[in-house]
Design a protein around this ligand. Structure first.
Ligand SMILES: Nc1ncnc2c1ncn2[C@@H]1O[C@H](COP(=O)(O)OP(=O)(O)OP(=O)(O)O)[C@@H](O)[C@H]1O
Length: 346
């Protein structure tokens, strides 16, 4: 699966946040941390494991190049820091701890996610059991829901950017890489060409307005990949991939779907729809029975299913009260988006 990314247009810097609280130190970071190996790399960044010499605590240091293609990109890095700071209370987002600056890089010291990328579980011979997949998707939606409440959109959600706090036992998710994230409403309408071809939503390809629904498309892609081990839109080349995305050409007949409940297909189908306004919000997704059926009693699931037949999950509901009421269902209300569902349920 490719890791190519489309570049931002000339207006890529539109809507960048610039207010940061974290001081950027020009002291050498090595006076505080010992670097102990590489964790990953992207196009303009290398992420290294580092240990706080005083406490022995492990962190991830993201070395982000300040100049890219001859252009000063300091503002993009400051923006990424500002988004991380705005998400400090979001338990599903990796925490920013400190920042350093060298001649070439700005280094973000981040909370360490020791369990690696969920991408590894999409390409592994042994796919995750459905209970784990639904738990990870629930947590991803909780994180996305909180971002959206702050009018932030991630715009680069993919299995490589959803990390795990531990591998064995499988930990909780942490969302990383806010380089493409944007604050909605900070500039007029947001239309940009960015993201990674396999994971971009049709509205991005069509240069149509970007909304929170764009991230929900990506959640659909991530769920598909965790369930099937395949990338739903990946073609042999970029053109074919774009065509698959714009035609929403998805194969739901894969054998892999036979290992999960029919509700998994229902969930993914509702997200991978072309019109952003027809996709459910993160909050609505969190009410889908697929995410709870393995935690709740069959009776509770039946009630949720029944309610869903008259809600957005059935046919898009025009009545806002309908949505409110649905979310107030005793079974759904029990797990507020801000908190993790009780361990005994999951
Ligand atoms: N906090 C972290 N803990 C552990 N590993 C991390 C952490 N942050 C990033 N990584 C690893 O480094 C990789 C690259 O990080 P990140 O996506 O933030 O870099 P990037 O240059 O912005 O990437 P891209 O070019 O794909 O957008 C991640 O996919 C992950 O494997």
């Amino acid at each position: 699966m490719s890791r190519r990314r489309m570049d931002g247009r000339s207006g890529a810097s539109a809507g960048l946040l610039c207010d940061i609280q974290t001081p950027i130190s020009t002291e050498p970071m090595e006076s505080v941390y010992e670097l102990t190996g590489e964790l990953g790399r992207g196009k303009f960044a290398v992420v290294k494991r580092c240990v706080d010499k005083a406490t022995g605590k492990v962190f991830a240091a993201k070395f982000i190049r300040k100049r890219r293609r001859g252009r000063d990109c300091r503002a993009e890095v400051t923006h990424e820091m500002a988004v991380l700071e705005m998400s400090r209370s979001n338990a599903r987002v990796v925490n920013l701890v400190a920042a350093y600056e060298t001649d070439h890089d700005i280094i973000l010291v981040l909370e360490y996610a020791a369990g690696g990328e969920i991408f590894d579980h999409c390409v592994s011979d042994e796919l995750l059991p459905e209970t784990q997949i639904t738990r990870l998707i629930r947590q991803t939606l909780e994180g996305v829901h909180q971002l959206h409440q702050n009018n932030l959109v991630h715009l680069d959600l993919k299995p490589q950017n959803i990390l795990l706090t531990s591998l064995s036992p499988l930990g909780d998710i942490k969302i990383v890489d806010f380089g493409l994230a944007r604050k909605l409403g900070s500039v007029g309408e947001l239309r940009e060409i960015l993201g990674t071809p396999e994971y971009v939503a049709p509205e991005i390809l069509n240069y149509e307005p970007i909304t929170t629904a764009t991230d929900l498309w990506s959640v659909g892609v991530i769920a598909y990949m965790l369930v099937t081990g395949e990338s739903p839109f990946a073609g042999d080349d970029k053109q074919e991939t774009f065509l698959n995305v714009s035609q929403v050409s998805v194969d739901y007949s894969r054998d892999a779907f036979s290992r999960v409940s029919e509700l998994a297909v229902d969930f993914i189908r509702k997200l991978l729809v072309k019109a952003p306004e027809d996709r459910p919000s993160a909050a609505e997704c969190l009410s889908h029975p697929w995410l709870w059926q393995l935690c709740l009693s069959p009776d509770s699931v039946a009630i949720i299913r029944e309610r869903i037949s008259g809600s957005k999950w059935g046919a898009p509901s025009e009545d806002p009260e309908d949505k409110e009421n649905f979310l107030e269902s005793p079974h759904v209300k029990r797990f507020r988006f801000e908190e993790t569902a009780p361990a005994e349920f999951c």
